[in-house]
Design a binder for this molecule. Structure first.
Ligand SMILES: Nc1nc2c(c(=O)[nH]1)N[C@H]1C(S)=C(S)[C@@H](COP(=O)(O)OP(=O)(O)OC[C@H]3O[C@@H](n4cnc5c(=O)[nH]c(N)nc54)[C@H](O)[C@@H]3O)O[C@H]1N2
Ligand SMILES: Nc1nc2c(c(=O)[nH]1)N[C@H]1C(S)=C(S)[C@@H](COP(=O)(O)OP(=O)(O)OC[C@H]3O[C@@H](n4cnc5c(=O)[nH]c(N)nc54)[C@H](O)[C@@H]3O)O[C@H]1N2
Ligand code: SF4
Ligand SMILES: [Mo]
Length: 681
């Protein structure tokens, strides 16, 4: 008997800069191996460490997956459920959502979703039904990067038109400011940065692996980057490294901004940020000579003044004329529109324009606590019981008996445990979709390799069936995946249909050469110029200009706690994989040797970390990567698998950023005390 064996070429759709190509070996309808596609320019035959393990382990293990619909049978949060048929589950969901809509209005249905999978259909299609119901969205980017989006929109009119990474070939300097590719974009760390011919400068309070490999690492205290950017501006203006012609013709506000920068001497900037004056000078000249690329990280803006920080840092390309020419530009994210994707079409925003104003993730708990505002919650692609700040409060809000909660997920997360109805979702290996990377200008196929386990279904099919159960027959709620994919590809600049894209895996848009960012030097701001001075920002209460602000150092006995990406997880995804758990080791509190000694702590000692939100007991790990006064505990991890039933978000606060009402998790202050362990008997 012959054994059918084939390799399926597909794309990893995680919320990751890399969007790796993968090859999935399928034998007799079962996956035997998921590996990096050797022909893929990003993954080059190797997936990252977490995916290599988890895609060959929990993702393929039906016992670890959600495989049938479940209905709660015990108290909320206990995780006790009865298996039911899809029909029973959907009748219950439709009945309860219908009741809420009738009795309280559609806005009393809240929905939360994010990037558990970032493929287009699985991300956008469910939004159609939520909009049709008039439900209240929890603003997705407010858990991640809205401060930066808001700041860049004031300055450049868009945050979604980044440099083309291929431009690195023409750049004399790549400045990575507040991103950590060694964890969050592993293949850019392994290949793109080392192969960039220019100098690499990294600005990060943590000496990450990327920072350690850079030509120059500036290590500011967290939340002081606006002051640092003004220090660079000072040097650039003083030494005549600015592009005055560009500034006169294409920018507004340089004379006023320069007046502020004049005061920001390297000495003063050193005092504010902790970065040596000589390094400020060197960074300004490396970057200012150009052509230079600036990668503005998302970690950078998760600060109370994150909007002001990004406005100040992102002024540098304009001041130095690093725009509109080869090898120059900045990147926050590349939005899908520059590959011709119409997100409003995918989400039904044009067909259903009248929906309630979204609420920020920073008021998620408060919103759910209020029974007048929220009677039902629908979640997909998100694990808020683990990812949101103020975890204790979020969990208590999710325990509300009269909050009817529906969660679709691939795995039994902490959020799933708090649901009334659980809907089993197919994984990326089990349905066709499209991936639009947010770093590289590419478009890629996600290709079904096998059927989902049990009765799991792709998000799109789950929400089509939900619409059917609600008796809604609007055609957009029932459009097939194949039709949507065909329409997206027809509108894209690839000229390919899905079969052709599947054949190719990933295509570059355009196929050759690097797009010059803002080649026409027209910016979608009110004035058409770069608005260093922004009346729109001033009107919104942020001031005409960015300010050289630096956060104060914490009071004695307090530390700043950073909780960025871990190389062993993607947000909380992969944190349930046994091999990942073993290899990644336990959750620890990173401390510098001096801070640890002052607290009376040594390697491995248990410490209680406390904030205004809660506390957590974890072992200490001494590291030489942190400046004094800064502690480290990565995001990710499933609370229910940790010793205290909580992850770092037990500590973080839901305090909104200055712009975008977005997360400020890296702005947290904590106190740390040793936990005395009983002496051995
Ligand atoms: N392995 C892995 N990859 C991921 C993720 C993950 O969880 N794990 N998450 C994905 C997601 S959702 C996102 S949004 C991206 C985020 O990826 P990045 O944009 O890299 O953001 P973070 O990892 O949050 O933080 C990056 C760096 O910002 C630094 N930082 C914190 N505060 C400051 C500050 O005040 N100033 C400066 N200069 N730097 C600061 C941190 O020390 C950290 O090293 O990564 C994606 N990729
Ligand atoms: N302390 C701290 N907290 C943070 C951050 C930080 O830097 N520090 N970073 C924040 C950031 S940047 C982000 S983006 C958020 C992310 O937070 P979340 O959006 O909650 O991300 P995940 O934890 O990965 O949860 C995504 C869920 O989607 C599920 N999923 C995957 N594929 C599918 C699918 O096809 N269908 C369905 N229905 N589900 C699927 C996964 O199994 C997973 O449980 O976390 C934030 N939390
Ligand atoms: S998570 Fe990122 S690095 Fe890992 S395989 Fe997926 S795309 Fe590549
Ligand atoms: Mo994110």
């Amino acid at each position: 008997m012959s054994v059918e064996q084939r390799d399926v070429r597909t794309t990893c759709p995680r919320d990751c800069y890399d969007a790796c190509g993968a090859l999935v070996r399928v034998m007799d309808g079962r996956i035997t191996h998921v590996r990096g596609d050797p022909d893929h320019p990003v993954s080059r035959g190797k997936l990252c460490r977490k995916c290599t393990l988890a895609y060959n382990d929990v993702f393929l293990d039906p016992a670890a997956r959600l495989t049938v619909p479940l209905v709660r049978s015990g108290p909320k949060g206990a995780g006790s459920f009865d298996a039911v048929s899809w029909q029973e589950a959907l009748e219950l969901v439709a009945g309860r959502l219908g009741e809420v809509a009738r009795d309280y209005g559609g806005e009393a249905i809240t929905y939360a979703h994010y990037t558990g999978t970032f493929s287009l259909l699985a991300y956008f299609f469910p939004i159609r039904l939520m909009r049709r119901l008039g439900a209240t969205e929890v603003a997705p980017d407010s858990i991640c990067n809205d401060a930066g989006h808001a700041a860049l929109t004031y300055l450049y009119g868009t945050s979604l038109e980044g440099f083309d990474p291929r431009a690195a070939a023409d750049a004399d300097c790549v400045l990575v400011w507040g991103a950590n590719p060694s964890a969050s974009a592993p293949h850019q760390h392994d290949h793109w940065l080392p192969e960039a011919p220019g100098a690499v400068v990294v600005v990060d309070p943590v000496r990450t692996e990327t920072a350690a490999n850079a030509d120059l690492h500036l290590q500011p205290f967290p939340g002081t980057d606006a002051a640092l950017a003004f220090g660079l501006m000072h040097v650039l203006a003083r030494d005549g490294v600015t592009d005055e012609e560009f500034l006169v013709e294409h920018a507004l506000g340089w004379p006023q901004l320069r007046d502020v920068a004049v005061e920001c001497t390297p000495a003063r900037t050193q005092a504010q940020t902790g970065v040596p004056a000589a390094d400020i000078e060197r960074a300004a000249h490396l970057y200012g000579a150009g052509p230079s690329l600036l990668w503005i990280g998302q970690g950078l803006q998760r600060q109370a003044t994150g909007g002001n920080v990004v406005r100040a840092v992102a002024a540098l390309p304009a001041i130095t004329g690093n725009l509109g020419r080869p090898g120059a530009g900045f990147l926050y994210l590349n939005g899908s529109a520059n590959r011709g994707v119409d997100e409003d079409d995918l989400s039904g925003a044009r067909i259903y324009p009248d929906v309630p104003a979204p609420v920020s993730h920073m008021v998620f708990a408060a919103h759910l606590e209020d029974a007048r505002r929220s009677r039902a919650l629908v979640c997909w692609n998100i694990n808020p019981a683990a990812s949101c700040p103020e975890q204790g409060r979020v969990r208590r809000a999710l325990e509300r008996e009269d909050l009817f909660t529906v969660v679709a997920d691939v795995f039994p997360t902490d959020t799933v445990d708090l649901a009334d109805v659980v809907l089993p979702a197919a994984s990326w290996l089990e349905f066709d979709d499209l991936v639009v990377p947010y770093f590289h200008r590419a478009l890629a196929a996600q290709v079904k390799a096998v059927d989902p386990p049990g009765e799991a279904l792709p998000n799109s099919e789950i929400f089509r069936r939900m619409a059917g159960a609600l008796g809604l027959d609007d055609p957009v709620l029932h459009e097939s995946d194949a039709d949507i994919i065909a329409r997206v590809l027809a509108g894209s600049q690839t000229g390919l249909d899905f079969a052709q894209l599947v054949e190719r895996g990933t295509v570059w848009v355009p196929p050759e050469g690097a797009v010059v960012q803002f080649a026409d030097l027209r910016f979608p701001t009110p004035s058409g110029r770069v608005e260093l001075a922004s009346e729109a920002a001033e009107g919104d209460g942020h001031g005409l200009l960015p300010r050289p602000h630096a956060d104060e150092r914490p009071a004695p006995g307090r530390l700043r706690l950073l909780s960025p990406a871990s190389p062993w997880a993607l947000n909380t995804s992969f944190s349930n994989d046994p091999k990942v758990i073993r290899r990644g080791g336990p959750l620890t509190l990173g401390l510098g040797a001096e801070d640890a000694a002052a607290l009376g702590l040594s390697e491995g000692d248990l410490a209680r970390v406390s904030s205004d939100a809660g506390s957590l007991v974890v072992p200490v790990h001494i590291t030489d990567t942190l400046p004094a006064g800064v502690a480290f505990m990565p995001k990710g991890r499933w609370p229910k698998l940790e010793r205290d039933g909580a992850n770092v978000n037990a500590l973080t606060l839901a305090r909104p950023s200055d712009m975008g009402a977005s997360t400020t998790v890296h702005g947290l202050e904590v106190s740390v005390t040793p936990v005395r362990q009983p002496a051995p008997a």
